[in-house]
Ligand binder design. Sequence first.
Ligand code: DAH
Length: 340
Amino acid sequence: MREKLAALREKAVEQIRAADSLDALSALRSSLMGKKGELTQILRHMGGLTAAERPALGQLANELRDQLEDALTAAAKGLRDAAYQRQLGEETLDVTLPGRRDEGGSRHPLCQTMDEVEDIFISMGFGVEEGFEVETDYYNFEAMNLPKNHPARDMQDSFYITDDILLRTHTSPTQTRVMEKMCPRTPVKVIIPGKVYRRDDDATHSPMFHQVEGLVIDRGIRFSDLKGTLLAFIRRFYGQEQEIRLRPSYFPFTEPSAEVDMRCVMCGGAGCRTCKGTGWLEILGSGMVHPKVLRMGGYDPALVTGFAFGVGVERLAMLKYGVDDLRLFFENDARFLRQF
Ligand code: DAH
């Protein structure tokens, strides 16, 4: 038995030294010390020994088990260390290189502006509706009291798809769509943000731009409701010290109509290039919903009145952030966008 143990030690130590992978080591571990392993087999014959022989041989066997265990562990560590060293040699790591920066994106300034406008109106109890960018002549013009051949159609040079279908020139057509959906319920109190299209292209006009339309219909809506709502909006958006002024204007879909100006954000009202010396900036169009428009939406102008407004999102953003060329919003130059 003694000889068997000694022979096993010699053989096992040699095998462990020769093992060249962790897999080989673990196979070796079970062939030596597993249930059917060689050491286990030898120990099974301990029962045939005399009581005098047993303690010394038992101790010898235990020592051998511990030695093999240590040798296996050490060999595994050696293999792991070697693999690590090999990897370090293969991978060149220059700790002096600057780190790779994770460039986080941000919301586009126009999206931020629209979100802000929406938040302000939602806080005043408005709902948000969306219409269609491809519209029919009926909704874009006729239902807005711009019948065929109306001269005011010329103000909105349009992209036609067929004679009767076009890219909407304003968000106003969605007024009628909302009215048709809501009628006869009151109040109607919505804003309608979205893209609109016109054949314009210069520093302050783009063929595609964004508007936010507003529509309020209820019994007893007055012009003062329009003024108060728009003043509250302008103050929330541009600062509580802002003032507005309403000038009589003309839109076919409102009567009376008003152009809304605010104090020039560049000069504070003293007069500068941006406001052409007037101290005021035109910011949006508005008015009391024309009775014909109410009727085409299904409402009875004898029972309800309403106000509406339309504001250009690019213009809001340009005046808020001091951007002097609208095209910057669409060039997607990261140096521009990063500033918001
Ligand atoms: N739709 C007009 C435009 O695009 C803006 C506008 C003016 C909308 C007056 C309105 C309004 O709702 O009442 O020029």
